[in-house]
Design a protein around this ligand. Structure first.
Ligand SMILES: Nc1ncnc2c1ncn2[C@@H]1O[C@H](COP(=O)(O)OP(=O)(O)O)[C@@H](O)[C@H]1O
Ligand SMILES: [Mg+2]
Length: 318
């Protein structure tokens, strides 16, 4: 994973719809696309739902940065093979081509909407939320039962120890963060929390995970889909999937919704927690958010501020 600023190709939601219609023509020259609707996207992705005259519905995802396509498609296929929760199958992938200036792929549509938008699930009873957490953790555990002799990227796992594998990434993120702090782009509170946490790295990561397991890498409540009965209908959008510490797949659970769904708690209840699990989760969460900021230049205070506070709290307790 390169830790550096990525300048994306500008693709507005309207552009994405136009590109999706062009891509749809290539995919099915026989059928007319009767509707194309922008359904979301983050720093580098744009997703468009296309409906054809015969009722067929597909999702076209556009990647606004180069070099992402091969890994995203590889990981979607690998994860789908190993997950008991439905994941979209990739129908075809294409590098940028005439009329479409970014790489893209076409995939199966997962029913429902992201769990984050299911207000009834969020505000509804404890029992529903516990059922939801149980389903998410069962699916995630199926992924985690796929192991590898080495830690590292799914395409190229080379590390014999997690501390070494993650340490290389963590150090690179800290180095970039120091640069951004010196340039006035990153706040004092963030860099101070990172420096203090980095000084404790060997303590926090003293216990090696027993195994390198396949992780989704971005399983937050925006990438967990639920149907109209509030049941889990799919996992989407893996990012930086690796063979990693299993707990490296848990820190995103508390982004945006805190501990409301008790997802990490349910995972720990089923699998046990490592000695420094909460310190690691704090570290993983903060480092990942700074990594996202390094790459995209976008800082989301609603996510970043609680992560900094949590890291400070954990350091005080150590
Ligand atoms: N296969 C799919 N089926 C249904 N909806 C999808 C699918 N893929 C993406 N989406 C929708 O599009 C949104 C953005 O897509 P996503 O792959 O998560 O992009 P990003 O990488 O930008 O987060 C998702 O939050 C979800 O609402
Ligand atoms: Mg997403």
């Amino acid at each position: 994973m390169k830790v550096e600023r990525i300048i994306p190709v500008k693709v507005s939601s309207q552009d994405a719809v136009i590109y999706a219609l062009r891509a749809a023509k290539k995919y099915r020259p026989d059928a007319e696309a009767v509707e194309a609707k922008y359904i979301g996207g983050g720093s580098f992705g744009r997703a468009v739902e296309v409906r054809f005259a015969d009722g067929d519905e597909k999702i076209f995802k556009f990647l606004c940065a180069g070099g992402m396509l091969e890994k995203e498609v590889y990981d979607l296929r690998l994860l789908k093979e190993n997950c008991t929760v439905k994941m979209p199958s990739v129908i075809f992938a294409s590098e940028k081509c005439g009329g479409i200036p970014v790489d893209f792929y076409c995939m199966e549509k997962i029913e429902g909407r992201p769990a984050f938008y299911d207000r009834k699930l969020f505000f509804g009873g404890k029992k529903k939320r516990a059922e939801f957490a149980g389903e998410v953790i069962e699916g995630l555990s199926s992924l985690h039962s796929r192991t590898s002799p080495k830690f590292g990227d799914t395409l190229h796992p080379v590390f014999t120890s997690w501390r070494e594998c993650y340490g290389e990434f963590a150090e690179a993120v800290l180095k970039e963060a120091e640069k951004l702090y010196a340039e006035g782009e990153l706040g004092k509170k963030i860099i101070s929390a990172m420096r203090a946490a980095w000084a404790l790295y060997d303590d926090i990561f003293a216990t090696e995970p027993e195994q390198a397991v396949l992780i989704h890498g971005d399983l937050n409540v925006m990438n967990i889909m639920v149907d109209s009965a509030h049941r889990v209908s799919g996992f989407i959008d893996p990012l930086n999937s690796m063979y990693a510490d299993r707990e490296y797949d848990l820190f995103q659970f508390r982004n945006l919704t805190g501990k409301r769904f008790r997802l990490a708690e349910t995972y720990f209840g089923n699998h046990g927690a490592s000695p420094r699990s909460e310190d690691k989760l704090a570290f993983y969460g903060l480092w990942n958010e700074v990594f996202c900021f390094v790459r995209s230049g976008v800082l989301i205070p609603l996510i970043m501020n609680p992560l900094v506070k949590n890291m400070e709290r954990r350091i005080k307790l150590l």
